[in-house]
Design a protein around this ligand. Structure first.
Ligand code: NAP
Ligand code: GDD
Length: 347
């Protein structure tokens, strides 16, 4: 059988690296798009590049391209003529989007538009399926206890407004031109490969270093923000499944459970056998290690955002029914895997 060909934008990121592994296991030919950087940025996929089987079989290719650069995107899509495109590339940090709103809009809103235009203009409408990395950030501060495919969007950051444009553009190209284009509305998903400035990985790195005596304390922002935390390995499988459906449809992927940043810290400390005590309030709150009496976590207002999304909790009934969605990881297992991985790295 002829091998399927996929393009993954954002292949050097957390999700891109896991998705590349999954597609290679499924015998795809994978073309990854990476942007140029002054230092190597392929740490998460180096193991694939070094795998002789993958490279010798000519199953895995990397190309330079940027979501802000139509010519590189058009050129690669016209040359590769993929069966599937997974658009995972984005300026994906919500806090950073307040500092770089224009760049965020260019890469996260116009980037997907550039890909969809290429599919349309290169006569690939019948051939190329498109997956857009949409997000639970679209819901902003929804007043619903659970958010699903029917919940009203209320984006509250430049990141979320850019992603909302991409979300509707994806639907618009599906309805206007018949492109098999879908949005995966994914809630937060983490892993040992999570970027180091997202709160989960930041907490785990900080606490592990504190435990090993490599750092005295760490700073943190809003402890009460509540997120529906899943594992990236579970979530990339759903991206693939969405493109294998008979008809294109958008899906919410979430665990249905929500935990605060404080609960995340509490469980990570428990797993690391650090006995803690929270003291103070609001911006004066901190956490001490009971065994030493020293402050190990301090709230710092520099980590607060101009606008915060306080509560996210997804409901994935459609995905459970149609994609057979059933996550293998739960909240505790994610934290345990992340801690174990960090302990191994620092020891
Ligand atoms: P990530 O680790 O931050 O990876 C983002 C990827 O995009 C990286 O490969 C990055 O390259 C690349 N990139 C950024 N700007 C680019 C540009 N202008 N041109 C080309 N490539 C660019 O993000 P992730 O956690 O894997 O998330 C994947 C996608 O899902 C993102 O679109 C994100 O917004 C969305 N999403 C994520 C979550 C989540 O919880 N993880 C939830 C919902 C939606 P470098 O490696 O060079 O930085
Ligand atoms: N990054 C960070 N750093 N966040 C902190 C900190 C801190 O020191 N302290 C508290 N937080 C809070 C944030 O204010 C937010 O409410 C929550 O922790 C999670 O922050 P992040 O881990 O940065 O993720 P996010 O929820 O803003 O965005 C992630 O998930 C979205 C899906 O809901 C990103 O992966 C987005 O790309 C994704 O779309």
């Amino acid at each position: 059988m002829k091998k399927k060909i996929a393009i993954i934008t954002g292949i050097t990121g957390q999700d891109g690296s896991y998705l590349a592994e999954l597609l290679l296991k499924k015998k795809y030919i994978v073309h990854g798009l990476k942007r140029r950087s002054s230092l190597f940025n392929t740490e998460r996929i180096d193991h694939l590049m070094l795998d002789r089987n993958i490279f010798q079989n000519k199953n895995f290719f990397l190309h330079h391209a940027d979501m802000t650069d139509s010519s590189s995107i058009n050129y690669l899509i016209s040359k590769i003529k993929p069966d599937e495109i997974y658009n995972l590339a984005a300026q994906s940090h919500v806090a950073v989007s307040f500092e770089q709103p224009e760049y965020t809009a260019n890469s996260d809103a116009l980037g997907p538009l550039r890909i969809l235009e290429a599919i349309k203009n290169l006569n690939l409408i019948k051939k190329t399926k498109f997956y857009q990395a949409s997000t639970s950030e679209l819901y902003g501060n929804s007043d619903k206890k659970f958010q699903d495919e029917t919940t009203k969007f209320s984006p509250s950051s430049p990141y979320a407004t850019a992603k909302l444009y991409a979300h509707w553009t994806t639907i618009n190209y599906r309805e206007s031109y018949g492109i098999f284009a879908v949005n995966g509305i994914l809630f937060n998903h983490e892993s040992p490969r999570r970027g180091e400035t997202f709160v989960s990985r930041k907490i785990i790195i900080g606490l592990t270093k504190i435990k090993l005596g490599l750092q005295d304390y760490m700073t943190i922002g809003n402890l009460e923000a509540s997120r529906d935390w899943g594992h990236a390995i579970d979530y990339v499988e759903m991206m693939w499944k969405m493109l294998q459906q008979k008809t294109p449809e958008d899906f919410v992927i979430s665990t249905g459970k929500t935990y605060t940043v404080r609960q995340f810290i509490n469980y990570a400390c428990k797993y690391l056998s650090i006995k803690i005590l929270w003291q103070g309030e609001g911006l004066n709150e901190y956490c001490i290690d009971r065994s030493t009496g020293k402050k190990i976590i301090v709230v710092d207002k520099k980590h607060f955002r101009p606008n915060e999304v306080h509560y996210l909790r997804g409901r994935s009934k459609q995905a459970q029914k149609k994609l057979k969605w059933k996550p293998k990881y739960n909240f505790k297992k994610i934290i345990e895997e992340m801690v174990d991985s960090e302990l191994k790295r620092f020891k």
